[in-house]
Write a protein that binds this ligand. Sequence first.
Ligand SMILES: Nc1ncnc2c1ncn2[C@@H]1O[C@H](COP(=O)(O)OP(=O)(O)O)[C@@H](O)[C@H]1O
Ligand SMILES: [Mg+2]
Length: 381
Amino acid sequence: MLTDANPFIYSHPIAPDDVIDRDAETEQLLASAVGGHFVRLYAPRKYGKTSLLRRVLRDAERRERMIPILVDLYGVLSVADVAIRFERAYARQLKGKTRARIEEFLQTTGLGLSLGALGISARLQVEPRTDPLPALHALLDLPLRLEEGGAFRALVVLDEFQDITRVEGMDALLRSHIQFQGEVASFVFAGSEPGLMRELFEVRERPLYGQAVPMRLGRLGDADIAAYVADRFRESGRSVGEAANPLAAAAKGHPQRAMLLAHRLWQEVPAGGTADLGHWSRAHAAALAELAAEFDAGWRHLSTNEQKAIRSLAATGGSPFQTRVLEGLGLAKSSARSALVALQASAIVERDGDRYALTDPLFCEWIAGLRGAGGLGEGDV
Ligand SMILES: Nc1ncnc2c1ncn2[C@@H]1O[C@H](COP(=O)(O)OP(=O)(O)O)[C@@H](O)[C@H]1O
Ligand SMILES: [Mg+2]
């Protein structure tokens, strides 16, 4: 190896071959895509949705001759935003003859659409009063045109899909197109806000009600994390030694937190060295320090009742309705209940039967540290 580069990436989606242990999910998504079923994929943020979906798109193209399209809807606020995202997605991903054919079609619409540098966003800049809706209609119909080129079908992934709830009527508009595309395209709707995803797909009155099979992405197994970390250490001339188990235990299966901890650990260990528990505790502390500002902002963003419900959850190890604890915090049981509903809707808290847990294991540690740090103690909670 020429450079001694840290092999653990934690700040952006990872390459398809670096994805740990999502083989079953990959196969399931591919089978659905080939079969023409629509899937909604849910997982909290940073669980590896985008990484997994990129792998599925790669395999769908290689193995099934599908045309892969990934549209990132993060932060869209208007019809124009959505149109630009779709256009840029096609611009990035179409190749060869298909690309030429689609570009020719887009040019003939006269709507300012193009796969080149000057597409609909340029048109909207020069003529801000342009109505972006006809352009969006044309883009949403592209799967029908792709099929004319003889590809098997398109696989269209709509990532951060919950953000379309910010654009009024967008789910109805989408539905009006995709309902005629069952023969030519398969769709995956991926999202990280359980509350909004449920609202879009499980409320009877909503246009997308019942339109997609639900699939949930879970945590990674400790053994898979430990084995991956050990391999990457070895490949980069180090040994993870006795630090692998405490690392996996601290990550609690959270994919991004596992990679962040591994990145920090690797950073502590010199080339040719073996990690020990001293390296591990420095790495662990460094990871928490790196996240402190993010956690502080997240914590302040919560309502007082949500903060109390989380304190109760942390104090009881997952059973937040114990009377003594709630009394100590001055939180009524009914308030605790509704706070926990809200916390689950935004995926800060996850529920497994009657046990509750913070989704992020490091946030949980940070909260545990709060009591000792400041004047937060109420009673003996
Ligand atoms: N299966 C996995 N194997 C290894 N690392 C993963 C995996 N899934 C997620 N990660 C880690 O999580 C980070 C975020 O992944 P990403 O795909 O962007 O998640 P999401 O789209 O769910 O927010 C990646 O940078 C990587 O460090
Ligand atoms: Mg993502």
